[in-house]
Every structure is written in structure tokens, then in C-alpha cells.
Design a protein around this ligand. Structure first.
Ligand code: ADP
Length: 821
């Protein structure tokens, strides 16, 4: 905001100064306008001067031939006579004969003027202090002698006033002396004489002077003011349109005319202007085309007064004089330029901005040139150019504010780089920071390079962090203050089995509770505690294809600036989810081993030790000792069996024992088991039979392990059945599954124990007290073997009636499930 404010203030200042500058240029700096008009003349170039205006020049050559000026007036009279013979349309003799010379000479000239009848003579205003009070100066006309004036057709004033830069650009078509004696311009009178326009055929309209057929645009500032009884005499200023540099008009040396070297046809029906051209006579002015041509030729000279009159006559007769728009119009045009260029600078950037500003400049220059040469308008070029140039500081203002913005960005970047990898760039941010801290002026290019450098390192750092997060074995989730998940890494999506899209945006605690992983109360309490910066740890399990355990560590996410988590400025929660399945398994195995050693192994060992003690210490009968030795033997068998089974089971569970898959016929497998246990069954008078429903199921399995599983089920059935009962081992195909079942007519299993019998070391109360040998490891081993084959074990049982244990093995998915293991 503050930046914008200072930027707009700067822009407003620039605009204010540009408008002020334009005002100065428009109203108070005429020299700029004169210079620009000159420039336009030069850009436009010269055009061919009219052939019906001819100059008879009093040039250096004539001065050499006839002698120093002033010449005897008869010389001019003879020149005039020569011209009169050719019958010109009008003659302008630009020499003031105000003083009398010899009577004869004067008479001869007056006669020559009279003979011609169309000669216009000049008069000039001069300041005299002839009045009584000499402090008051009077302006009066310096007129030709009355005899010349009377002979001439008209008198015209020959005043061409230079502009501020000394250049004659305009003429006042009428002038007055103190006594309101008004004379029209010399050139104008020549035109009137040549075209025989009567004195009354002159009309002064606002901004316009009509003389016969000629309508001349003029500047007439006093035209609006009329006071009764007072005649306002207008300045009638006309802008002269120069045909070209000095020497553009056809000109003859007066000496050649006198000598008859110029054919009369040169003057016939033409306007002839006689005047001084020789530089020594001083009647020259600076004209716009001066130095238009680089060498010292025509353009290098000032323009003789007579040629300026020729240009005035040309401007009058051919409607070539310029019009100058009023100052307010010039001001408006400049304002439009300011507006356009300001909009360009504000609205565009880079090369487009430069291009449009360039186009504006070109249209100002070429538009002005077009208006000048085609419509004869003097355009407000200086004001418009000033308008354009004056707003250029806006560009600077913009680049200044861009630079300031860059400074702030740099500072932000530098502070965000704290804690960068030291190996990333040892100097980097510090170097930039130091240079900024020194407050040294930095170039825009340096700042851009610094931003570039810092950004590159920021990106490197980001991709580095991204790599870390992606490569982590732990899942990382970040939530915002509302508990919505805002970030998850790849491992987190894998753990929860959801895509990133599903997780991001979900409510973290709801998600965990819905997935059943955690106790809602505990979790909500923990997340609440986060607000105080307390971290929390949980363990949970996810039941997928296999059971896995995870730890969940929740820590408060604090802003970078915060030093201690107790600052109570929490902006979210970071959750770290680690797979701890292996650790949990190890813990469990440790507990089980402890249980085995402390409880299960102790019992048989105690009895072995006790019996052997009795045998050693006390005399016993042979029968008793046999009995004791049998017990010692059976206990040690039980002990070794228990240890073997436990080791088998542990090996299987840890995955250390791979499956050796072969094609196994269920019929053969069952026959083998029955054979293996037939003696044991016979001892208990239990009948074993097999029942294989065709087609005989053949499956891919580890024959040894599957046999062990069926053996365990069959031996249990024998163990937990009364004598003289029947046990059936069956195999059948059922909906693409192989079913291997062992059905007994034994004691059965109460309902509440049916799940638990598959737990390690679990035995029914009934059997722990009976004589039946067992360690509670048979069924867990069966379960583990079957599950490793991708199947499951079920049990149906009716107490006191019998139990059926069934192994379900999928025929088709077997290979896949096993491969997954
Ligand atoms: P054990 O070595 O004690 O037989 P098991 O894991 O094989 O251990 O069996 C666990 C318990 O399940 C047994 O102690 C027994 O109480 C019960 N049980 C297993 N099979 C049967 C069955 N066929 N009939 C009744 N009870 C059974």
C-alpha cells in the first residue's frame, strides 16, 4: 500500500510538472515555436518559386559597374524605363527616395515612375524625437518625396519584423503611425496594383483579410474590441510561406537590365521587384531555409528584403500563408500527448512501451509535417514534444518502484534462505545479504541476478527437501490449524492405501478415526494438546492383506520465527507415521519365549528333576522306578516336542522357512497321515478312515508342511476323543476350494474357546488337568501353515459330540497368495 502511494505521488508530481512545462512552452517560449517552424520548413524542403515574379537585383556586380550606392536617380529611371517597355503587370521599387537630390535627376525618376503607372514605392516607420518634449518619441512614416509618391500607384510599408530568433517568419499586412495613418504592406500593394484591385475591394473579417479574390488567414488579436468612436487598427499578421532559400526567385542584375542585356520578354506580364541584393547594402534577413543547403550557396546567405517581398507576394496570391492555431488548442494537443504517453507508460511494459512511445513521437513529427505542408497549419510541435518528453520521468518512476519492489523481494528471499544447506553455496545468501546490508546502491541487473541466484537455490533446496520426503520410510502428513490435511508424502499414501487427492483436504482426525486406527477420544485430546505445543505418540494397527503396526508421532507445527514450542503459536500439526510391525513382532516373540521358558518348559522340567531326584536319593521298587523312568521319558519327549513345535512355528512366522511347492494329491496326503498315526489311534482303539470325494483334489503346496498340519489335526482328534470312536479325514473340492477336514466324535470345544484354541500355548482347562500331552502349539502351527498357503482353518464343534476342523485352500489364487509372501 505504502509503496503504491509513493509511486502514485511520484507520478502525480511528474504529471504536474509536465503540464507546467507545457504551459511554459506554449505561452512563454516563442523562440521554441520559431525554431520548430524552421525545422518544419527544412523538413518540408523547397518548392519551385513562381515564374511570374521576377527580381531585378541591385547586386555586387551592378555596384561594381555603376559605382557606389546611392546612384544618380537617372540610373534607376533608365532601368525602370527598360522594364516599362516590356509592360510588366506591376513593379515594386524597394528603395525609399525620401530626400531630394538634384532636381533634374529627381524629375527624370518621377517621370519614369509615372510612365510606368504601376510602380509601388515603400514607406518605413521611424521614431522621431522632434516633438517639443523630446522625452516623448513619435512614430511617423518616412515616405518618398511627394513627386515620387504622386507618380507611384501606391505606397506600401516595407517592414518585415524578425521573430525572437531573428528569423523573419511573418509580416503585418497593415501598419499605422502615431496619427493612425495606415499603410498596407508593400507586397500586398504590389499585388493590388498588378491585379488592379480597387481600394474599396478590401474586407477585414475575423481571422481573415480579403483583398479582391484573395482570402488571407491573419492573426488579428484586437479584432474583438470595439469602442465607439475609436477605430481599432488590426495588426493583420500573416505567416510567410517561403518557397525556398535565398536565390529561389528568378533574378536579373539591374546593370544587365540597363545595358539591355535582358530581353524585354523577361518582364512582360510579370511582377517585377527592384531591390538591393548586395550584402554590402545591408537589407537582408535571416530566413528559415538558411543553411538548408550545406555549402555556402544560396542557403548559406541571408535573404535579401526584396526576395522576402517576393515570398510575401507568392504567399498572398497563391493562398500559401500559414495559419497558426490558438494557444489553447496547442495546450490541448499537448495535454492529449501527455495523456496518451502516460497511459502507455502505465499500461505497457518493455519493448511494447518503447514501441508505442516511439510511434507517438513519430506521429507527432510526421503529423506536424503533414499539417504544415498539406494544410498550411503551424502545428504546436514544441508543446507536444515537451508533453511527450516531460512524462518520460514516469518511466523512471516505474523503474524506481520496480527496483524498490525488487529490494523487498530480495530481502524476503534472503530471510527465507536462512538454514540453507551449508554445502549448497557457502557464500551465496550471506554475500547477497551483506551487500544489501551495506546499503550500497545496486544496479537493477545485479538485483535481478541476485533474485535469480536465490530463486535457483530455493528451488534446489525445495527439490532436495522433496527428495528427502519422498525417500523417507516414514509417512509424513501435515495439517493446518483446522486439522485439514495439507500435505502428505508418498509413504503416507501407501500406508493408508489412499491417493494423495483423497488425503489432502480430508480432516486428519476424522480420517484416522474412520479408518478405525485410533481411539477417537484419545486422538482428539492429543490434537487439542497440540495447541499448547505438546507432542503426542500413538501406536495403531492397520488390517490389510496382513496386519501391520504403526507408530504415530504428532508434533506442533510452528512458524519459522518461533524459537520455543511454548510460544503458543501453532499453525498446524506434523504427523510422522512409522511402520513398527517388525518391532511389535519381535516384542511379541520375546514375550512368548519368556512365557515358554518361564511356564511351559518349567512344568515338565520340574517333574523330570523331581522324579530323577527321587530315583537318586530314595530306594524305590523296580516297578516304581520303571514308572518314574517312563514319566521322565514322556516328559522329555513332550519337552522336545514343545521346543521343536515352537521353533517350527517361529521359523514359519518369521518367514525364514520358504515353502517348497509341489503338486500334492490329497488322497495320498491323507493316506500318509492315517498311516503315520494309526498306531497311536489303535492304542486308543479309535478307528481312522478317509473319505475323498472324486475328482481327487490335487493342489500346489509344501507337502511336508501340509502333512504336518493334517497330522496335528488328526493327532488332536485322537487325543481329544474317547476310545472306540471314529475319526474321518475327508477331502473334497468346493467352489474352487480344496477342503481338508478332520471330523471326530470327541469331547468337543466350548463355543467361547473356539477362537482362542488357535492362540499359542492355549489349552482347554479340561485338557491341562488331564493326562493328555500337549503344549498348545499344534493349532497355531496349523493356522500359520494354512495361512502361508493362502487359506484358512475353521472349526465346528458340539461339546460332547465331536469337532470338525477344516482346512480351506483356494485352488486358483494359491500361487498368487504364496508369491505375495
Ligand atoms: P495341544 O498340544 O494341547 O493339543 P493344540 O494347539 O493342538 O494344543 O490344541 C489346543 C487345545 O484345543 C487343546 O489343548 C484342546 O483343549 C483343544 N482341542 C484341540 N483339538 C481338539 C479336538 N479335536 N477336540 C476337542 N478339543 C480339541
Amino acid at each position: 500500500m505504502a509503496r503504491n502511494k509513493s509511486q502514485s505521488l511520484g507520478a502525480a508530481l511528474v504529471l504536474f510538472f509536465s503540464v507546467a512545462l507545457v504551459i511554459v512552452v506554449t505561452w512563454f517560449s516563442p523562440s521554441l515555436s520559431a525554431t520548430s517552424t524552421n525545422m518544419l520548413f527544412r523538413l518540408r524542403g523547397a518548392f519551385s518559386a513562381p515564374t511570374d515574379v521576377v527580381i531585378v537585383a541591385i547586386d555586387d556586380q551592378s555596384l561594381q559597374r555603376i559605382g557606389q550606392w546611392p546612384w544618380p536617380r537617372s540610373v534607376m529611371a533608365s532601368a525602370l524605363d527598360k522594364i516599362t517597355e516590356a509592360r510588366p503587370r506591376g513593379v515594386g521599387l524597394d528603395v525609399i527616395y525620401a530626400e531630394p537630390s538634384s532636381t533634374d535627376e529627381d524629375r527624370r525618376l518621377a517621370a519614369a515612375i509615372a510612365r510606368n503607372g504601376r510602380v509601388v514605392l515603400p514607406a518605413q516607420l521611424y521614431e522621431s524625437d522632434l516633438k517639443a518634449d523630446s522625452a516623448v518619441r513619435a512614430t511617423a512614416w518616412l515616405r518618398p518625396l511627394p513627386e515620387f509618391a504622386n507618380a507611384a500607384s501606391r505606397l506600401g510599408h516595407a517592414h518585415v519584423l524578425p521573430e525572437v530568433d531573428g528569423m523573419a517568419q511573418s509580416i503585418q499586412l497593415s501598419k499605422c503611425d502615431d496619427r493612425a495613418s495606415r499603410l498596407w504592406a508593400f507586397g500586398l500593394e504590389v499585388v493590388r496594383t498588378a491585379e488592379q484591385i480597387p481600394a474599396e475591394d478590401v474586407e477585414e473579417l475575423p481571422g481573415l483579410l480579403r483583398i479582391g479574390p484573395h482570402r488571407i488567414p491573419v492573426r488579428d488579436e484586437a479584432s474583438g474590441s470595439t469602442i465607439s468612436g475609436v477605430a481599432i487598427i488590426r495588426p493583420n499578421e500573416m505567416m510567410i510561406n517561403y518557397a525556398g532559400p535565398a536565390g529561389s526567385f528568378r533574378s536579373f542584375s539591374i546593370a544587365d537590365v540597363i545595358d539591355g542585356k535582358v530581353p524585354g520578354a523577361a518582364f512582360t506580364d510579370k511582377i517585377v521587384l527592384i531591390g538591393a541584393v548586395a550584402e554590402s547594402m545591408g537589407d537582408t534577413r535571416v530566413a528559415p531555409f538558411m543553411h538548408y543547403i550545406a555549402d555556402a550557396g544560396a542557403g548559406g546567405r541571408e535573404m535579401p528584403g526584396i526576395e522576402i517581398h517576393a515570398n510575401i507576394i507568392n504567399s498572398l496570391r497563391n493562398r500559401l500563408s500559414f495559419r497558426k492555431p490558438p494557444e489553447w488548442a496547442a495546450f490541448l494537443a499537448a495535454l492529449a500527448v501527455i495523456l496518451l504517453s502516460t497511459l502507455t507508460i502505465r499500461g505497457f511494459d518493455g519493448w511494447r512501451q518503447i514501441l508505442i512511445l516511439g510511434l507517438i513521437l513519430l506521429s507527432i513529427v510526421f503529423g506536424s509535417l503533414f499539417a504544415f505542408s498539406r494544410f498550411l497549419i503551424i502545428p504546436p510541435l514544441p508543446a507536444m514534444l515537451t508533453g511527450l518528453v516531460a512524462v518520460i520521468p514516469l518511466l523512471l518512476n516505474r523503474s524506481l518502484s520496480a527496483s524498490r519492489e525488487l529490494d523487498l523481494k530480495l530481502a524476503a528471499l534472503v530471510s527465507s534462505q536462512k538454514g540453507f544447506l551449508p554445502a549448497d553455496n557457502p557464500v551465496g545468501a550471506d554475500y547477497i545479504n551483506n551487500r544489501l546490508a551495506l546499503g550500497l546502491p545496486q544496479s537493477l541487473a545485479w538485483k535481478l541476478r541476485a533474485v535469480d541466484d536465490l530463486t535457483t537455490r530455493l528451488l534446489t533446496r525445495m527439490s532436495f527437501i522433496d527428495r528427502i520426503l519422498t525417500s523417507m520410510d516414514e509417512g509424513v502428513l501435515v495439517t493446518d490449524l483446522d486439522g485439514r490435511i495439507v500435505f502428505v508424502n508418498r509413504e503416507a499414501t501407501r500406508i493408508f492405501g489412499c491417493g494423495e487427492n483423497e488425503l489432502v483436504g480430508a480432516n486428519f482426525s476424522d480420517f484416522l478415526i474412520e479408518s478405525g486406527a485410533l481411539d477417537p477420544f484419545q486422538l482428539r485430546k492429543a490434537i487439542k494438546g497440540m495447541a499448547d505445543g505438546r507432542s503426542a505418540q500413538f501406536e495403531f494397527e492397520i488390517q490389510g492383506a496382513e496386519q501391520r503396526f504403526y507408530s504415530l508421532l504428532l508434533s506442533a507445527l510452528t512458524p519459522e520465527a518461533q524459537v520455543s514450542p511454548l510460544d503458543n503459536n501453532v499453525i498446524g500439526v506434523v504427523a510422522l507415521v512409522a511402520d513398527i510391525t517388525k518391532r511389535v513382532e519381535l516384542d511379541r516373540m520375546k514375550t512368548e519365549t519368556l512365557q515358554l521358558v518361564s511356564h511351559e518348559l518349567r512344568t515338565p522340567l520340574t517333574s523330570i528333576r523331581g522324579l530323577s531326584d527321587v530315583l537318586i536319593k530314595f530306594p524305590v521298587t523296580e516297578d516304581e522306578s520303571n514308572e518314574m523312568l517312563r514319566t521322565i521319558r514322556s516328559e522329555s519327549v513332550r519337552l522336545s516336542e514343545m521346543i521343536n513345535r515352537y521353533l517350527d512355528l517361529t521359523r514359519l512366522e518369521s518367514g525364514a522357512q520358504p515353502l517348497h511347492l509341489t503338486m500334492v494329491s490329497c488322497q495320498e496326503l491323507i493316506a500318509g497321515c492315517i498311516r503315520h498315526l494309526s498306531i497311536f489311534a489303535a492304542e486308543r482303539k479309535i478307528g481312522l478312515s478317509s473319505q475323498v470325494t472324486p475328482p481327487v483334489p490335487i493342489l500346489q503346496a509344501d507337502a511336508q508342511l501340509l502333512t504336518q498340519a493334517v497330522n496335528n489335526l488328526l493327532s488332536n482328534a485322537i487325543k481329544y476323543s474317547p476310545p472306540e470312536s471314529e475319526i474321518v479325514v475327508a477331502a473334497a473340492l468346493d467352489h474352487g476350494n480344496v477342503m481338508l477336514s478332520v471330523r471326530d466324535r470327541g469331547f468337543g470345544i466350548p463355543e467361547d474357546a473356539r477362537e482362542r484354541i488357535f492362540e499359542k500355548f492355549y489349552r482347554l482347562e479340561r485338557d491341562t488337568t488331564s493326562s493328555s500331552v500337549g503344549a498348545g502349539l499344534g493349532l497355531p502351527l496349523v493356522k500359520e501353515i494354512v495361512e502361508r498357503h493362502g487359506g484358512q482353518v475353521t472349526v465346528e464343534s458340539v461339546p460332547a459330540t465331536g469337532s470338525t476342523f477344516t482346512i480351506h485352500l483356494p485352488l486358483r489364487q494359491q500361487a498368487i497368495s504364496m508369491a505375495m509372501r
